[in-house]
Write a protein that binds this ligand. Structure first.
Ligand SMILES: Cc1cc2nc3c(=O)[nH]c(=O)nc-3n(C[C@H](O)[C@H](O)[C@H](O)COP(=O)(O)OP(=O)(O)OC[C@H]3O[C@@H](n4cnc5c(N)ncnc54)[C@H](O)[C@@H]3O)c2cc1C
Length: 603
């Protein structure tokens, strides 16, 4: 067995792991080793070119192909829940129970969340975690660029109060927008939904064109690997080992009985190896794998560990417990539209058009390949799309909570339900055929779809080991739609989407509703449709929540695991409550702040 040692061992090269690796090795005297199960795809065109990113969906070499356990609340279906692996590049994709890998990961990381949502971290007992603080780190992570033409088109400038100008990650506005964007914003105006020219300023309600992690210069995707790792790969104090799957944290007890993390065990090329941490082991393995690693190492709910014969080093019932499955689980609306309106459907049916668009991308950095699937969004508080009586009755519903922390997050979410400043539903405009069920598009026809997603699901599930096999998937049970609130909100959000497409300018271009379909009208049918079609957008959090220990927390506000020395968690699993913006930007900010905490020497 080969053993070596570093100051910090980082388990997982996703966004959080790579931010930490880059920031900690700014000090040449500090040594860091990143162990990542996946491989490095940073420079492959499928990762780099925004328009090709969707083609990565389902690639087992890039993703951990997780699947949930069958969901009683959604037709006993298992929901596909991919996770990126080896985030040395930053992607986005999905699927079933093995792993794929990709170091770094790139997404539409959006900071679009209102100040109130981040302030909730502090309200839950995490001192120093609030909007002002998170904004500081958003800005540290970002270089935001807009051209004069984009300022004219989107009404947005670089406002240094809310945007960074020299951070590692590049963000910009889309170069190509679908024709249906204008139709959408006109219809919203008729309905009284405001246009929001900068949803990053702490107020994210309304319709807007989102900015993406794309380099404004060469229009390639800007993710953790490209932004945080590539420029520093040659640092003598940084080692990144890919294809290294960590199987457990090595813990010892000192003479006073305190558990101390000493290193990790990992598998690479069929060999089992060990590496030691002189200062800390930092878990950045993500919401699904971090709780699994803790449990396999003897940290977790005593009953679960005992069930699998794992010696209990620390009884910490919060591990794997506060699983907030998705802030954006979704169904869809799809309709055929007037064929004079240009959509991306051409890319699915016309090879010569694909070649033409690739050429436009290569030569002029223009056209459909400069953007991902969706660039235009509507963020709606429930007060915009839910009748007041229904809202009141949803707020009065009681939901079972298995810890004080969960109970408090649910209370906060109920307050947000009544707020006209906290969005509850996102409609993402998808300019092509994308129904949530598998009907086929007809070649030559043009379609518009909306991904209709909830932003603050009330579901609370679990992620626990289902065996002692470190290479097996943990049991993922999001308990989708079991809370009695989400399904009603979803039904109302679908009705509102129909209202948008039935309004003025949109109504004129709609030919036929394909999904849900004109035969699905009453609430009972819509509820059934939601149960049968709901999908994940792959934004899980919370399985190692930052909360007071007595409230079911796993880490304190310095991200240190309660009751263990030298073990920290810095990834999406510590986020205790969802924000309405897509989470990746929050993860970058979290990791930037964590790096400062560690550098300041908070042990
Ligand atoms: C398909 C898809 C699309 C998404 N789209 C968006 C989007 O558009 N916008 C957005 O904001 N968010 C998006 N997300 C969510 C976003 O990717 C996550 O919130 C974010 O990546 C979380 O970062 P993390 O560092 O916590 O964990 P992860 O990104 O999950 O990184 C964990 C890393 O640890 C590695 N790892 C895990 N276990 C081990 C082990 N035992 N040993 C070694 N390495 C290990 C993994 O391979 C992975 O590289 C998407 C996610 C997916 C899966």
């Amino acid at each position: 067995m080969t053993v070596s040692s570093f100051d910090y061992l980082i388990v997982g090269g996703g966004p959080s792991g790579l931010v930490l690796a880059s920031r900690l090795t700014e000090d040449a005297d500090v040594t860091v080793c990143v162990l990542e199960a996946g491989n490095d795809f940073t420079h492959s065109p499928e990762i780099q070119i925004p328009g090709l990113s969707w083609g990565n969906m389902g690639r087992t070499d890039i993703h951990w192909m997780f699947q949930t356990v069958p969901q009683a609340g959604s037709g006993s279906r298992s929901i596909f829940l991919p996770r990126y692996a080896y985030h040395l590049s930053n992607l986005q994709e999905e699927l079933d129970v093995i792993k794929g890998q990709n170091i770094g990961r790139i997404n539409n990381g959006h900071a679009w969340s209102p100040d109130k949502e981040f302030d909730a971290y502090e309200k839950l007992g995490n001192s120093g975690w609030n909007w002002e603080e998170i904004l500081k780190y958003f800005k540290k992570s970002e270089t935001f660029s807009v051209s004069p033409e984009q300022t004219r088109k989107f009404g947005q400038t670089v406002n240094p109060a809310f945007h960074g100008i020299d951070g590692p990650l590049h963000r910009t506005l889309p170069r190509w927008t679908p024709e249906s964007r204008t139709t959408l914003f006109e219809a919203l105006q008729v309905l009284g939904v405001p246009y929001n020219s900068d949803p990053s300023n702490g107020h994210n309600v309304g319709g807007f064109s989102g900015y993406h992690h794309i380099h404004a210069g060469d229009i390639t995707r800007s993710g953790a690997a490209m932004a945080y790792l590539e420029p520093h790969k040659s640092r003598a104090n940084l080692l990144v080992i890919t294809g290294a799957e960590v199987t457990k944290v090595l813990l010892q007890r000192n003479t006073s009985g305190q558990s101390i993390a000493q290193g990790v065990e990992y598998r690479r090329d069929q060999k089992i190896l060990q590496v030691n941490a002189d200062k800390e082991v930092i878990l950045c393995a993500g919401t699904i794998k971090t709780p699994q690693l803790l449990e396999l190492s003897g940290i977790g709910n005593r009953h679960i560990l005992e069930k699998y014969g794992i010696p209990v080093l620390l009884d910490l019932p919060g591990v794997g417990a506060n699983y907030l499955p998705d802030d954006h689980y979704w169904t869809s609306y799809t309709a055929e539209i007037d064929s004079t309106i240009e959509t991306k459907d051409v890319l699915f049916h016309d090879r010569s058009r694909v070649a033409q668009e690739m050429e436009a991308y290569k030569r002029g950095k223009s056209g459909m390949m400069t953007v991902g699937a969706s660039s235009d969004f509507v963020f709606l508080p429930a007060t915009y799309f839910t009748p007041p009586d229904l809202l009141k009755s949803l707020c009065n519903k009681s939901i079972e909570a298995d810890s004080a922390g969960v109970e408090r997050t649910l209370m906060i979410q109920k307050e947000w339900l009544m707020s006209d400043q906290v969005p509850q539903a996102e409609l993402a405009l998808v300019p092509f055929y994308m129904p949530a069920t598998g009907k086929q598009a007809e070649a030559g026809k043009h379609y518009v779809s909306f991904l209709i997603a909830l932003q603050h699901s009330f579901a609370r599930g679990t992620v626990h080991i289902g065996s002692t096999d470190p290479y097996a998937s943990p049991e993922i049970d999001p308990k989708l739609l079991m809370d009695g609130i989400d399904i009603d909100l979803m039904v109302e959000a679908i009705k509102y989407t129909r209202k948008v497409t039935d309004t003025g300018p949109f109504k004129k271009v709609i030919r036929e509703e394909i999904h849900p379909g004109t035969n699905v009208q009453n609430d009972a049918d819509l509820r059934h449709l939601v149960q049968e079609t709901i999908q994940s957008v792959y934004h899980p959090i919370g399985t190692a929540s930052m909360l007071p220990q007595e409230d079911g927390g796993v880490v304190d506000s310095y991200l240190k695991v309660y009751g263990v020395e030298n073990l920290r968690i810095v990834d999406a699993s510590v986020i205790p409550i969802h924000v309405s913006g897509h989470p990746q930007t929050a993860v970058y900010a979290l990791a930037e702040k964590a790096a400062d905490i560690i550098k300041k020497g908070v042990l």
